[in-house]
Design a binder for this molecule. Sequence first.
Ligand SMILES: Nc1ncnc2c1ncn2[C@@H]1O[C@H](COP(=O)(O)OP(=O)(O)O)[C@@H](O)[C@H]1O
Ligand SMILES: [Mg+2]
Length: 300
Amino acid sequence: MVILSVVGTKGGIGKTTITANLGALAADMGLRVLLVDADIQGSLSKYYQLRRQAPDGLTSVVLSGRVAESAISTTAWDRLDIIVCDAPRRKFAGIETTDLEQFIQGRIDAPMILRKALRAPVIEDNYDLVFIDTPGAQGPLLYTAALAAHRLISPVLPETPSAREFRTGTFELLLKLEEAQALGIGPGPLTAVINRVGHTNDARQITQEIRQSYLEMRGLVTVAETAIPASVAYNEAATAQLPVHRLKRRERGVTPFDTMHRLVWELIPSLSGVYAGGFYDEEEAPSPAAQPPLGEATSA
Ligand SMILES: Nc1ncnc2c1ncn2[C@@H]1O[C@H](COP(=O)(O)OP(=O)(O)O)[C@@H](O)[C@H]1O
Ligand SMILES: [Mg+2]
């Protein structure tokens, strides 16, 4: 069982989109997948239709420190379950928060709460992969969600402010997570995924700059080879409550189907060559190296 948290210190960069689409793709590849909505905005909870809504969700997991069956809802897709975010939100000093954050902060084992709950036999026995969606702002919920994971994924947009924020914000986040070393735990390796790449020269240049600047941070952050082109398919799929790889749509160049496969193969190499809906011969499988250059892909 592998746990991946999709993190970032900014909203609107594609965390929920990536979590929902990678999770559903892995489930369609035959894996048993659990999504965890650890963002109090609850976007992931509403992303797909639920087949069966459980009476509980994230609140019970955080408060009890364990995942009871009553906290797991099933989605409309086979093998794809979800722990929904059911934490009531409120405003505190103008900032949206939840009592969950207060609760976590008050615990001596704050950084470990989700890690202990998710790295438990009940999850190990029933799931191959766990994807956690996280809030776009630093806080106890983001920290505990990030530290639960074996590996972190962080979207970054090829726009200068976003790229800069990514560098400083991610660095701060990783430093903060390092504090958990005092408890004997630390963050897993972080892979940045460049998301929403348009076909302007500017986007291409910033993409290059992001890759270059992370060569300097080697060891701390790696940038995924697979970048996600900007495509209205991601919005359309979300509106239709469909995983993007299932969206029947004509696209020029690389399709979201290809992109999502390449990304999951890169993040989880043991899945290389596995396709949604079945296993193909290696000969039939398009090589990941066949990806066209960035920016030549889909329309935005
Ligand atoms: N590759 C992409 N191309 C086009 N739109 C995208 C892409 N990725 C995400 N989006 C859109 O960007 C918006 C924000 O994405 P979301 O996943 O909600 O971000 P976050 O969870 O980081 O706040 C959504 O409307 C989503 O459909
Ligand atoms: Mg989100």
